[in-house]
Design a protein around this ligand. Structure first.
Ligand SMILES: C[S@@+](CC[C@H](N)C(=O)[O-])C[C@H]1O[C@@H](n2cnc3c(N)ncnc32)[C@H](O)[C@@H]1O
Length: 456
């Protein structure tokens, strides 16, 4: 196995994980919102795509300041999502590399990190485009537009007229805008409108249709116009504050578990929030967008093209026949930490027993196994890219599927030590799930979100 095993015994390694109660990282005071997208909803550029899985740009800012990163430094985010890390690194004048495997989310990150427009030219192109679009929509009889190719989900989210407007905008962008970067930007405006113009509640389509709350529908053209002008305004602001240093912002559409074209020993700080072990299906979360932009038209398409490729984090990704029934955890995990392997195996077996008694028979057992098999590979890849003395900083949540507590941050910390990282520290960001505390069906552990800090 291509691993750099520590010479100490597993027992000694386990002891080295420090749980730090202090609410600080260096000079920065830990904020419980760092693990959430809340701060980004109001921040220029970050607000262009509301990604519930995203974390706070302020977390990235604090890490960049704490480690005094500058135009000579390199930051890596192996799960860059909609690009929070890349946007902040670029704004603050630090080189960055981001990896994202979801093709749609990757394109969002690309659009959010391209600021090299000639702003006055862009303003003109956008204004002309909007006026042209207004005329086009006015002269079209919306009820005559053919919408039969759209999956049912889209018809549930919009009235016929509004969906027709959205379709006209989509086609107008293809017809009238030849520059790829401007097109990406306008498509991102349209993406934002898909949610803001819809009559379906915010959780939709992730939440089951019976649970979503209807809201008032908004005219898609008006929303598009508003969003577009706001994005151009954000670009102007960000160009103003952006560092003038020449730096690189690289995005890779790829798999964090596999080797990527990144020089070994190049990265100063890797910072990320990997998928949590909480049954969040990233492919499902973007169903509305994937259907609208013709990336998929059925659940099957989404599974084949996206869901089955992403790292394991949801039971909807588990194909039971892909796992070795007797040994679902990999030999790699066993080799890097026998204590983690043994403890996890017990929990996986317990989950296997519990699932048979439950109506839904959810495959939490293999989801947990797959998650650690995948994260072991990511810890290994990132180790190679880091400089000696570099850090890998992860925002993580633990979980308790069917009431069985999985302390994700502790297991990953131990696996990292087994791989050769020399230090592993856990700091609690916030506790969560209080509202379930009195429910007898639930586990007794208060779940938390933590920061795991690894050093090479
Ligand atoms: C918690 S989100 C990261 C969000 C990010 N911090 C942000 O602010 O946008 C995790 C991301 O990992 C991506 N992902 C899942 N499996 C992956 C893999 N094997 N390689 C790279 N990215 C992956 C998901 O598509 C998702 O966007």
């Amino acid at each position: 196995l291509p691993i750099i095993l520590n010479k100490e015994s597993d027992k000694e390694r386990k002891m080295k994980i420090k749980e730090i109660a202090s609410g600080e990282i260096g000079n920065a005071i830990i904020d419980k919102n760092w693990g959430t997208f809340a701060d980004n909803l109001k921040a220029p550029v970050h607000r262009w795509f509301k990604y519930p899985a995203g974390y706070s740009y302020k977390f990235v800012d604090n890490i960049i300041a704490e480690y005094s990163l500058d135009e000579e430094s390199w930051v890596l985010d192996p799960f860059v999502g909609c690009g929070t890390t890349s946007v902040e690194a670029k704004r603050l004048g630090v080189n960055s590399i981001g990896i994202e495997l979801h093709p749609f989310v990757y394109r969002v990150a690309l659009a959010k990190t391209f600021w090299e427009f000639n702003i006055s030219e862009l303003k003109k192109v956008v204004t002309d485009f909007i006026e042209d679009l207004r005329t086009e929509i006015k002269k079209t009889r919306l009820s005559s537009i053919d919408l039969s190719n759209f999956p049912e989900l889209l018809h549930k989210c919009y009235s016929y007229e509004n969906l027709a407007r959205l379709k006209i905008i989509r086609e107008h962008i293809i017809k009238k805008i030849s520059d790829e970067r401007t097109r990406d930007l306008l498509n991102l405006c349209l993406t934002d409108c898909l949610r803001s113009a819809s009559r379906a509640g915010t959780g939709w389509p992730y939440i089951a249709p019976t649970k979503y709350q209807e809201k008032y529908e908004k005219d898609a053209f008006i929303m598009f116009q508003k969003t577009t002008y706001r994005m151009v305004e954000d670009l102007t602001r960000i160009l103003y504050t952006k560092s003038r240093k020449r730096i690189e912002t690289i995005l890779i559409e790829g798999d964090a578990r596999e080797p990527q074209e990144i020089n070994h020993g190049r990265i100063d700080i890797a910072i990320t929030s990997p998928p949590y072990l909480n049954n969040f299906d990233y492919a499902d979360r973007t169903r509305l967008e994937l259907y609208f932009f013709n990336h998929a038209s059925t659940w099957g398409d989404i599974s084949r093209n996206i869901r089955n490729k992403l790292m394991m984090a949801a039971t909807t990704q588990v194909n039971r026949s892909d796992f070795d029934q007797k040994r679902p955890l990999s030999e790699f995990i066993k080799a890097i930490s026998k204590p983690v392997y043994d403890e996890l195996n017990e929990k996986i077996k317990e989950l296997g027993r519990i699932r048979l008694k439950k109506g839904g028979k959810k495959s939490y057992d293999y989801m947990v196994a797959g998650y650690f098999n995948d994260m072991g590979k990511v810890l290994f890849q990132v180790y190679k890219y880091l400089k000696k003395g570099g850090r890998f900083i992860l925002v993580l949540g633990d979980s308790a599927p069917y009431g069985v507590h999985i302390p994700t941050e502790r297991y990953l910390g131990m696996l990292a030590l087994g791989l050769g990282y020399w230090d592993s520290e856990i700091r609690v960001l916030r506790t969560r799930g209080k509202k379930w505390r009195n429910n007898p069906q639930r586990h007794k552990v208060l779940l938390k979100e933590s920061i795991l800090m690894l050093s090479k």
